[in-house]
Design a protein around this ligand. Structure first.
Ligand code: S3P
Length: 449
């Protein structure tokens, strides 16, 4: 399914101080998982604050195609609630048409895992960006559990047809990559297997799947393994019960107004209910090391996930070295961190970014190009990105977004403080994760035209 949306270019100009409350939508990772676990549970799951973006709506549609009932409703207060009536572990039916995940690697890969434990056959597809991304890292462990790839495109890419296992086997899988998508796919397949399914990851990746599985009634144990890794074990064939899920604001989306407020002089903004799971807050830690003023208050916890109000004030930033072991906790934030680094004084070195090459685009190359075309000195050395901060950014460049929402948003944030306007060739893909990004930034005071 190749999409050829009309290009929607946009330019960001140096803005007045940003101020007020930023409305950041629900977390994408948690939204996908709530829909998928709701579909695998018995009874009703009610989700408030679901991210209603293209990526998540594609996962909702896939759950319907696999047999779950998924509806958007209003609660007594008139707020939107998503209701999912699941089919139970092992209860999916074969979809009549291919499952189209659009731009979303997370939706596609997690659903591959969920499907692998059911005796059904499903074809997975997506847009040109998703069709270019590697899938063997997911289907190889699923094959060890008894699933079978019956058709695939060159190099193990989409479109790909997967036949789930009639009698899935529990495995112990040592993942070569610290990837929550790989871990989650194996755990979701393990739901239908008898006995204990274990994933060992080289470094801890986001643990939303583990937390939400526990919230829905499964038994999951997680303990340290080696210097920085984790061993996660799931007891198979649980009865998952539908549950209430409150989705906190997405820290990966909050990253954009946060960096914008730091680099536009005299800005002062507040963002409510931002998820502060420590496996997602690498950006906040790095920005604070750079000298950022980011205060946390109103801390609370829902279904195991911590959240807080953030107040962000414009700050003088200095270059830092970001260690490679921090990458899993900020894997989606390096683009916008590179923007902050360009406005800092001094050199920022971001180490160990190999995984950025297989995201919605090759983000290592795209980040360097975004900065270079706007007059910033930047270098890629192996898997490291080195940005020379000079306290200001000349701007004036046209940024190629490569079907990647985060490149578009990062470039527009850069334009809010650059000496000259920054243009992006296409903002259409922002709708995959943050449909209201442009109006939200304008409300804060950003000058987009
Ligand atoms: C995600 C995991 C990350 C991240 C993606 C969301 C998830 O991918 O880049 O945007 O929800 O599990 P990897 O786990 O493959 O690094």
């Amino acid at each position: 399914m190749t999409h050829s949306p009309q290009l929607k270019p946009l330019a960001a100009r140096r803005s007045q101080p940003l101020g007020g409350r930023a409305r950041v939508p629900g977390d994408k990772s948690i939204s996908h998982r709530a829909l998928i676990l709701g579909a695998l549970a018995v009874g009703e799951t009610r989700i408030s604050g679901l991210l209603e973006s293209e990526d998540v709506l594609n996962t909702a549609q896939a759950m319907r195609q696999l047999g779950a009932r998924v509806e958007r409703q209003s609660d007594a207060a008139g707020d939107d609630i998503w209701s999912v009536r699941g089919v139970g572990v092992g209860g999916f039916r074969s979809p009549a048409a291919p499952l189209d995940f659009g731009n979303s690697g997370t939706g596609c890969r997690l659903v591959m895992g969920a499907v692998a434990g059911n005796p059904v056959t499903a074809t997975f597809d997506g847009d040109a960006s998703l069709r270019s991304r590697p899938m063997r890292r997911i289907v190889d462990p699923l094959a060890l559990m008894g699933a079978r790839v019956v058709a695939e495109s060159e190099g193990g890419r989409l479109p790909l047809t997967l036949e789930g296992a009639r009698d899935p086997l529990p495995i112990e899988y040592r993942s070569p990559v610290a990837s929550a998508q790989i871990k989650s796919a194996v755990l979701l397949a393990g739901l239908a297997a008898p006995g204990v399914t274990t994933v060992i990851e080289p470094e801890a990746s986001r643990d939303h799947t583990e937390l939400m599985l526990t919230h829905f009634g499964a038994q999951v144990a997680s303990k340290p393994e080696g210097a920085r890794g984790r061993r996660i074990s799931l007891t198979g064939q649980p009865e998952l019960h539908g549950a209430g899920v409150v989705v906190p604001a997405d820290p990966s989306s909050a990253a954009f107004p946060i960096v914008a407020a730091l680099i536009v002089p005299e800005s002062d903004i507040v963002i409510d209910d931002v998820m502060t799971n420590p496996l997602r807050t690498g950006l906040l830690a790095t920005l604070r090391e750079m000298g950022a003023s980011i205060e946390e208050s109103h801390r609370q916890r829902n279904a195991g996930e911590p959240m807080a109000r953030l107040r962000v004030r414009a700050s003088r930033l200095r270059g830092v070295e970001v260690p490679p072991e921090r990458a899993p906790a900020m894997i989606d934030e390096y683009l916008v961190l590179a923007v902050a680094a360009a406005f800092a004084e001094g050199t920022t070195v971001m180490r160990g970014l190999h995984e950025l090459r297989v995201k919605e685009s090759d983000r290592l190359a795209a980040t360097a190009a975004m900065l270079r075309v706007n007059g910033v000195a930047v270098e890629i050395a192996g898997d490291d990105l080195i940005v020379e901060g000079r306290g200001h950014v000349p701007g004036g460049g046209l940024v190629a977004t490569h079907m990647d929402h985060r490149i578009a948003m990062s470039a527009l944030v850069m334009g809010c403080a650059a000496d000259n306007p920054v243009k992006v060739d296409d903002t259409a893909f922002i709708a995959t994760s943050f449909p209201d990004f442009v109006p939200m930034m304008r409300e804060l005071g950003a000058d987009f035209a």
